[in-house]
Design a protein around this ligand. Structure first.
Ligand code: 5GP
Ligand code: ZN
Length: 112
């Protein structure tokens, strides 16, 4: 289920343009609009939920398949020497978009 007010749901539906690098029936990976590293991708499930704690069995299986797919996607998109995955969860982490997303950061040596 998608949410009509959510930016990432709109990107999934194609209502907001994005630079897509990978897509299948359950996930989309696209470039972050304000990259924090030379390579900055966002991987999102094609179902709307905010937090890992809200994921049911189906969503957890999707997340597992997303994690399994990301190494090849990262490597093909410029992360030849490693990358960082970040999943902000809630306000203290600074989560700004309430649709679960995995940041893929790389393409250079990353500081903290
Ligand atoms: P958060 O802070 O929620 O973990 O990360 C949200 C990310 O979404 C930010 O890095 C931000 O730059 C990115 N973002 C927000 N709006 C858009 C958009 O409309 N398009 C794209 N491609 N990225 C977006
Ligand atoms: Zn959404």
């Amino acid at each position: 289920m998608l949410n009509e007010n959510c930016i990432f749901c709109k990107i999934i539906k194609g209502e907001i343009p994005s630079k897509k690098v990978f897509e299948n029936d359950e996930m989309l990976v696209f470039a972050d609009i304000e990259p924090k590293a030379k390579v900055h991708l966002l991987a999102v499930p094609k179902t709307h939920f905010k937090l890992l704690s809200e994921a049911g069995e189906k969503e957890r299986a999707t997340i597992a398949r997303m994690l399994a797919a990301l190494p090849e996607i990262a490597e093909k998109n410029g992360c030849k020497n490693g990358y960082r995955l970040v999943v902000n969860q809630g306000d203290d982490a600074g989560q700004t978009v309430p649709h679960l997303h995995i940041h893929v950061l790389g393409g250079e040596v990353l500081g903290w």
